[in-house]
Design a protein around this ligand. Structure first.
Ligand SMILES: [Zn+2]
Length: 338
């Protein structure tokens, strides 16, 4: 896949291309920016460009090297992650591939393997690349081990740390990396991309672009799901009725709870901005404009502001493994206090 397939990240991509052209790539890099906007994808395309057999500083996407990297089974390109959704099913230990799913943080074992692997010559590529996804979850031990590698990175090797929470990284690590900032695309631009490149209709493209806050990866993740019906059912059940009935939210699946809370938050944010006179096209739930208009006078500005904050706090507690049902009861009590 060539660099031109990366949408909306012109600035970091230009910097990377200049680094490749000048042969200045080595050591540690830190790709930061919101989740699901193409940081890891860019890291993989960079790995392909460095190892492509066609070799004109681009990734052809078709040669054996590019294909192996695409499928996460190139012996010189390693993805280290703590994210279960990115489990790499292919592990070729014969080739020393350290691709590994690590639960609850990137642990020292994974970094020790990196340390060992990085000192060896490349097996078949020109560059050894280690992509550490969700790098903010590196444990302190793992961070200290990684620091040693970053102090003296072997030639012909790259370590790319990818994170949406750079503040959680050790400062000593950050200071040894070149930082590239990725940004979400403007929502109207993403809406246009979803229509033009993915053939979505106006209503769905608008909702996805605004709901995912300009994050292409997030929009693409949701595009083949039943998100529109799901969000409308959540709005019908919990937001439009005059009481905020949150007991019906299924607590078994944390991701469902998070999505439901996101939908509610978007709804109340829409009401807040509608009250402030924001143009209707900026509404996430533009498709539900009549219901927003019907509901908007039930709340004061201050109440809506508080509700959005309460939902946002609940979502951050959800990250910390607190009992979900308890959280929802607290949320309800808070919302009732309006
Ligand atoms: Zn290639």
């Amino acid at each position: 896949m060539p660099f031109s397939d990366i949408r909306g990240q012109d600035r970091p991509v230009e910097i990377i291309k200049a680094y490749i052209k000048n042969g200045r790539l080595e050591g540690g890099y830190l790709f930061t920016g919101p989740a699901a906007i193409g940081k890891k994808m860019t890291a993989k395309i960079l790995s392909q460009a460095l190892n492509c057999i066609g070799n004109n500083n681009e990734a052809c996407g078709l040669c054996p090297s590019c294909l192996k990297i695409e499928r996460n089974n190139h012996p010189d390109v390693h993805i280290i992650s703590n994210d279960e959704s990115q489990v790499n099913p292919v592990r070729n230990t014969m080739q020393g591939n350290v691709n590994k799913m690590v639960s609850n943080g990137v642990k020292i074992d994974a970094i020790r393997r990196l340390q060992k692997e990085i000192s060896l010559k490349a097996y078949e590529g020109r560059f050894k690349v280690f992509i550490i996804d969700n790098a903010h979850t590196l444990t302190s031990e793992a961070s200290n081990c990684l620091l040693k590698v970053l102090e003296e990175p072997p030639r012909g090797s790259l370590i790319i740390l990818v994170t949406d929470k750079p503040n959680l990284l050790f400062k000593t690590i950050t200071s040894r990396c070149k930082v590239l900032k990725f940004r979400a695309i403007k929502r109207e631009e993403l809406e246009a991309v979803l229509k033009k490149d993915y053939g979505l209709d106006n209503g769905f493209a608008h909702f996805l672009a605004y709901f995912s806050e300009g994050r292409l990866g997030e929009a693409l993740k949701l595009k083949d799901t039943d998100i529109l019906n799901f969000k409308n059912s959540i709005i019908d059940k919990f937001a439009v009725p005059s009481t905020l009935n949150i007991e019906g939210i299924k607590v078994e699946d944390r991701r469902d709870v998070r999505l439901s809370l996101n939908i509610l938050s978007a709804w109340f944010r829409d009401l807040y901005f509608m009250k402030s006179g924001m143009p209707d096209l900026e509404l996430i739930n533009y498709d539900r404009r009549p219901d927003l208009l019907k509901t908007v006078n039930r709340f004061s500005h201050a109440q809506l502001y508080r509700i959005v904050n309460v939902i946002s706090n609940t979502m951050s507690y959800l990250e910390h493994n607190i009992n979900t049902r308890l959280l929802l009861y607290n949320l309800k009590a808070e919302l009732w206090a309006k």
